[in-house]
Design a protein around this ligand. Structure first.
Ligand code: DPP
Ligand code: ZN
Length: 876
């Protein structure tokens, strides 16, 4: 397919005001009757044909204003239906199509998940239900009648409010009619039909609207939906307080399904979720699962305003809803949990997924200017970097300016399909700020690199910061302009106080934020009587890479004294990265490993500081992952050397700090039964991090403690962490522990996913065979995306030494899997292939193996557009 370009955008030629659907569900022959109330768009091209998108549809009949259309009045291709010369006036088009939901393995459009009928329409799934202008700037009011066998689908759900229901006389069928008064693009359409149990609750909005809440799950699983319901109510309240956004229908439903390509989907009034992000009990879900459920429930709910009420003009604007909504869900979780710890976790994820994407062949701007397959742009860059851009906007404008801009956005664009320009104009207008330069964050890809040199001048009582910025070349963008970067800083005095920041001209940067906007800049601060240590990019105010002339002693000082908790954490990370990079080089060249004393001292200080939040200490003690280290090395990476360097460091830490680690493990034991709250979860993070270090080092009875924890655990967090510790560091207990875990949870697919994932991540040469064998396990299925991601995704993205085996067998396994899956589920296949996103940083031998595997994919005939796009860009 030829690329779609932002520059080619044109308004639609025809608009649709109303969509009336009559959908008769049948396992293999579902009938869809669509009545589209259309009119020519005054902003479109005059005299245009009506061109509708379609995909794998069978057209049964077509009528215009009640008259069946003659065969020469329209043309049908595999991807379109065109009315060649329609009258240029309002008209009603009636289309009947038929489809087979049971055969829909792509999980786009209308399909069946464990027998339940459900839909997924973002980005381009509605065209698989009926012929339609499948683009987000065509907004219509939908009324949907759903009919099904009562026995097969007693529950029938649609968008909006239910306005009618009843029996179909003389049959065993029944129906429900749903009406959604809010005009919406077709990607927000949804229906569900099935045998489902319901958890009910209610929520009264700020202005008194009584909303009926429902979460629908597989029969027998209602007890697992309580946390999701609680998270939903907290999200609804929070959005009223934080953004003035109130819910706008009488019903809000969520349905959990087992087969889902993504995490969840924000369909108007009827969110459909991957069941992984709804179902939780202490025995089956980890603290991280609970946090993900809270964040994703919030995210989809928040889309009601940022995405649904104001949607995207075209798919290039995806970050308009996604970056903004991720920012909103991050803020929600920060308010519900620990703000500093949430920031640390988010930045870790940003670096792991987005920085690596931005540094490789799949790099693209937050708002791309061209795409071949939009499904491949639901990326860390659009989502997570998109959220960082919104965060920077808030940092630059301040909380009040930001809120005023958001208020104006809601007021000005409610009911519209908007662009990034529209969004930025609201902030510019609300605050009188020129955001032209800032807008480059949306257009220019690549992670900016800042190099900061600080120097104290005792003779003049001044401190000077020289800042250099570069933005690396990325695909299609060889030359870059300097960005506008909000750099939050502090100057920390020897006694640990923040010095007042007074520039030479007597002004102070507002909020301690320097505006970096050129390739080189200098800032001179006056009245600095003692040598300070600069704390740079506080709170990770900008998503940049930072190098500075801070010494290890300076970093150790910041780790203890910085008022900014993020930078206390980051200081330790910086020391750890410097050590690990040096240690990896030493392994590669057979030299003696450097001594990790400075790092160990910094870790010991955190562990010993009773004022620190255990969740925070848990993060500090978490040694950068192999992927993180490879990313920081940036080229000619030998994953085996990285693994060895990291393992040696963890052993050194576990050995040197055995006593305090044991002390923390014992001190933070849970005082009572399991609770998923952030403070309790933080204590578990710290304990389990300590346990893992001890076990790897063979110190402090780590293995015995892990065995004890595994057996006694009253919750999945502890049991899973103990299991991982045993599997990785106590091979003699591995099979028994894995067998026990399987027997306990064999009837619970979401828990068995964890069991698949752990085995796929064992850093041993036997793992590839193990993973191959597990693909034949009765609990595994290539048809279920969660199973595939748990086993094969974990192997490809969570096991660097084995996926990147020097003999190329890991690469071949993945590409074989991708090719085998592509016909059935191209979206999932393309996602898996994304595991190659950093192949160019590997050392020459592995790089050649990776390239050969990718070329083999590229040379395979009949690839989907999804896989073609990823493989082509990966090799470019
Ligand atoms: N729009 C979904 C989400 O990010 C994904 N399609 O919430
Ligand atoms: Zn989203």
């Amino acid at each position: 397919p030829s690329p779609v370009r932002l520059a080619d955008y044109r308004p639609p030629d025809w608009l649709i005001d109303t969509v009336d659907l009559d959908i008769s569900l049948h396992p293999t022959a579902t009938v869809i009757r669509a009545r589209l109330g259309m009119r020519p768009n005054p902003a479109g091209r005059e005299g245009s044909p009506i061109v509708l998108d379609g995909d794998e549809l069978v057209l049964k009949s077509l009528a215009l204003d009640g008259e069946r259309l003659a065969g020469n009045a329209y043309s049908v291709t595999p991807s379109s239906l065109t009315l060649l010369a329609p009258p240029q006036r309002p008209l009603v088009l009636e289309i009947e199509t038929r489809l087979d939901p049971s055969a829909n393995t792509k999980l786009m459009g209308l399909y069946r998940s464990s027998g339940t009928y459900c839909t997924q329409c973002e980005a381009e799934g509605f065209r698989r239900i009926t012929y339609f202008p499948d683009r987000p700037d065509v907004l219509a009011v939908y009324t949907t009648r759903i009919e099904a066998e009562r026995a097969e689908a007693p529950v029938l759900l649609g968008n909006g409010n239910k306005v009618e229901e009843g029996e179909v006389p003389g049959t065993s069928r029944h129906f429900a009619v749903w009406h959604d008064p809010w005009p919406k693009p077709c990607y927000l359409f949804a229906l569900v039909g099935g045998r489902l149990d319901r958890v009910s609750d209610r929520f009264v909005t700020a202005t008194g609207r009584d909303v009926e809440l429902g979460i629908y799950v597989e029969p027998g699983k209602t007890a697992r939906a309580g946390y999701a319901m609680d998270a939903l109510k907290r999200s609804m309240r929070w959005d009223e307080k934080a953004f003035g956004c109130e819910y706008d229908l009488d019903v809000f439903n969520i349905v959990a399904v087992a087969d889902f390509n993504m995490g969840a989907m924000e369909n108007k009034g009827l969110n459909v979720f991957n069941d992984k992000y709804v179902l939780a009990t202490p025995e089956t879900a980890t603290d991280n699962d609970y946090a993900s459920i809270e964040g994703i429930i919030a995210h989809e709910y928040f889309h009601n305003w940022t995405g649904n009420r104001i949607t995207c003009r075209d798919w290039f604007q995806l970050c308009l809803k996604e970056g903004l909504t991720v920012f909103r869900d991050q803020e929600f979780s920060s308010d519900q949990r620990s703000r500093p710890v949430k920031r640390i976790i988010d930045v870790r994820l940003l670096k792991a997924y987005q920085f690596s994407e931005d540094a490789g062949p799949l790099a693209h701007p937050v708002r791309p200017s061209t795409y071949r397959e939009i499904n491949n742009f639901y990326t860390a860059t659009v989502y997570e970097k998109g959220a960082e851009v919104v965060r920077m906007l808030k940092t630059l404008l301040g909380p009040e300016g930001f809120r005023n801009g958001m208020d104006l956005y809601f007021e000005r664009h409610d009911g519209q399909a908007a662009t990034i320009e529209d969004f930025l104009a609201c902030f510019a207008d609300a605050t009188g700020t020129d955001l032209t330069h800032f807008a480059l964050w949306y257009a220019q890809s690549g992670t900016p690199q800042l190099t900061v040199t600080g120097e104290w001048n005792p003779a003049e009582n001044s401190y000077r910061l020289d800042v250099e910025q570069t933005v690396p070349p990325t695909p299609g963008q060889p030359d870059k302009q300097p960005m506008l970067i909000p750099l939050a800083i502090g100057l920390v005095s020897p006694s640990g106080e923040d010095l007042p920041l007074t520039l030479a001209d007597g002004t102070s940067p507002a909020g301690g934020v320097l505006t970096i906007d050129s390739a080189r800049q200098s800032f001179v601060f006056r009245d600095v009587a003692e040598r300070p240590v600069p704390s740079l990019n506080r709170g990770f105010s900008a998503p940049v890479r930072l190098a500075s002339n801070l010494s290890t002693d300076d970093l150790v000082f910041l780790a203890r004294h910085d008022h900014d908790p993020f930078n206390r954490f980051e200081a330790v990370q910086t020391i750890a990265f410097a050590y690990l990079i040096e240690a990896t080089q030493a392994v590669t060249s057979g030299r003696n490993l450097p001594g990790p004393e400075a790092l160990i001292a910094a870790l010991a200080a955190s562990l010993a500081d009773p004022a620190l939040d255990p969740a925070f200490v848990g993060q500090v003690l978490t040694i950068p992952s192999e992927g993180d280290i490879a990313r920081e090395i940036g080229g000619d990476v030998d994953p085996d050397a990285v693994y060895a360097a990291r393992r040696n460091l963890r052993r050194a830490v576990g050995t040197a700090l055995a006593d305090p680690l044991v002390g923390a493990f014992e001190r933070f034991a849970a005082p009572g039964p399991y609770s998923p709250d952030a403070a309790s979860a933080g204590r578990r993070t710290l304990r389990n991090t300590c346990l893992s270090l001890l076990a790897e080092a063979g110190a402090g009875d780590g293995i015995a403690r892990a065995l004890g924890l595994y057996r006694a655990a009253d919750n999945m967090t502890d049991r899973l962490q103990a299991l991982m510790t045993l599997v990785h560091y106590a091979p003699e207990h591995r099979d028994e522990a894995l067998g026990d875990f399987y027997e306990r949870f064999r009837d619970d697919p979401l828990v068995i996913d964890k069991w698949f994932g752990i085995q796929a991540q064992i850093a041993e040469p036997g793992t590839l065979d193990r993973v191959r064998e597990l693909t034949g396990h009765p609990a595994f299925s290539m048809r279920n995306p969660n199973r595939v991601r748990a086993l094969i995704g974990s192997f490809a993205t969570g096991n660097p030494t084995q996926f990147n085996r020097a003999d190329g067998a890991g690469f071949d396994f993945l590409t074989d899997t991708v090719l085998g899956l592509d016909g059935a589920n191209p979206q999932l296949a393309a996602r898996l292939l994304g595991a190659f996103k950093s192949w160019r940083v590997l050392e020459a031998g592995r790089r050649a193996q990776a390239e050969a595997a990718l070329r083999r994919v590229a040379g395979t005939p009949g690839l989907s557009p999804d896989v073609t796009d990823i493989v082509t860009r990966s090799l470019a």
